[in-house]
Design a protein around this ligand. Structure first.
Ligand code: FMN
Length: 389
């Protein structure tokens, strides 16, 4: 039997060399190329190129005269097949993704393009099929889809855990306030009562109870602030950090006049962020700077922005106070971590955890440099470019 290249003798020398070129192109193609004759809705193959045999593992004798559906091994419920059937029935072109099987039973993803061939009177005579092995691409895509699904499930789980933790800490903090207020109320009543001599042991115990109740109150407020630092949605606007810092310092002078460091606030420090949350960042960082420099003669606190860093402005709060050992730095931003005793410097150990959460939520980074007795500097960025005043 003549091959399809020889069915009609070439009319001229140039037609002959053109045929040879076409033959070369088809036989050297990396994709499978097949030609099926249109025969009562079937398309038995009259040609398949070498790439098709390499891809499927079949030999010409097993393929020629057969309709390619044998590659599906009975897997008929494929979405691509429905589209393909419609196109073939209408004599139209189509590209579909099919799950096919090689002779040895192994599976591959076949991106099949079928194009109709019409005779001079417009009747469908053949179909050309191009088989593109896209197994790697599809497996990769499926792995990504599976990974994305797993990630979104994990994200949902984390969100639920976070929501319940937040709800717990917020309701715990709220619910603790009432009994605490009651303890303080009774302490006050006891203090005023005539039965309690001022310098008695009982009066001393009462003062201790009151001090501890106060401390618990501070812890509850700090826990609430920490919960709130992630609870509400970010409400981003342009913030004047210099103005915020001046307000923080003014409030501190009123409430704690003993913290009398010399404070320098650089003017015109602007940033995009949530004003309430950024206020809390400055309150914590400046509050710490004032507190830890309170025992240093000639205490100085400086709030500014590092030069350069146009793409991601870095602000800092520097003090020349007690400082801390950098070997503890990894725990610095964890809640309830304290590097100084309560007698030395009072505090809740929640402030820096709050700062960390807020800065991270803004897409920024917070870090610190310090040494015992050499002061500390806290840097923070907000993941946004430098804003001109
Ligand atoms: C030229 C040509 C090449 C084809 N190549 C493939 C193929 O590689 N893999 C496949 O699963 N189906 C291929 N098909 C489709 C099947 O041969 C068949 O037409 C399709 O499965 C619809 O028949 P069905 O209704 O029996 O499923 C090709 C069809 C034509 C016309």
């Amino acid at each position: 039997m003549k091959s399809i290249w020889e069915s009609e003798p070439p009319a001229s020398e140039s037609e002959h060399s053109e045929r040879l070129l076409l033959q070369r192109a088809i036989t050297s193609s990396k994709n499978g190329i097949t030609i099926g004759r249109a025969l009562n809705g079937q398309f038995p193959l009259i040609y398949a190129n070498p790439a098709f045999y390499r891809l499927t593992g079949f030999a010409p004798g097993e393929v020629i005269g057969q309709d390619c559906r044998f590659l599906q091994q009975g897997h008929k419920e494929q979405p691509g097949l429905q589209t393909l059937r419609c196109a073939l029935a209408q004599g139209a072109e189509a590209t579909v993704l099919l799950r096919n099987f090689r002779k040895d039973g192994t599976e591959f993803w076949n991106e099949l393009t079928v194009s109709p061939v019409l005779n001079e009177s417009g009747a469908l005579t053949h179909y050309v099929g191009i088989q593109h092995d896209v197994t790697e691409r599809e497996n990769g895509a499926q792995a990504i889809t599976a990974l994305n699904r797993a990630l979104s499930l994990r994200g949902e789980e984390l969100k639920q855990t976070n929501d319940s933790l937040r709800a717990f800490s917020s309701s715990a903090s709220h619910d603790l306030r009432a009994p605490l207020a009651s303890i303080k109320g009774f302490c006050t009543m006891l203090k005023k009562s005539a039965d309690l001599p001022q310098d008695s042991r009982s009066a001393h115990y009462l003062a201790r109870i009151e001090a501890n109740a106060d401390r618990m109150g501070q812890l509850i407020e700090a826990m609430l602030a920490l919960a709130q630092s992630t609870a509400r949605a970010l409400n981003v606007g342009l913030c004047d950090l210099s103005r915020m810092a001046r307000e923080v310092i003014a409030t501190s002078h009123t409430s704690s006049p003993e913290l009398d460091a010399q404070v320098h606030i650089e003017p015109g420090l602007m940033a995009w962020g949530d004003p309430l949350l950024l206020h809390s960042v400055l309150q914590n960082l400046l509050g710490n700077a004032l507190k830890y420099s309170s025992t240093t003669p000639g205490a100085r606190v400086h709030f500014g922005r590092e030069p350069g860093g146009v793409a991601d402005a870095r602000f800092f709060v520097r003090d020349n106070g007690a400082g801390f050992d950098m070997k503890n730095a990894s725990r610095l931003f964890d809640a309830f971590q304290r590097f100084h005793s309560e007698d030395e410097f009072p505090g809740t150990g929640v402030g820096l955890a709050t700062v960390h959460r807020i800065v991270t939520r803004h897409g920024g980074v917070v870090s610190a440099e310090s040494a015992p007795g050499a002061g500390a500097v806290f840097y923070f960025s907000l993941g946004t470019p430098c804003v001109a005043p």
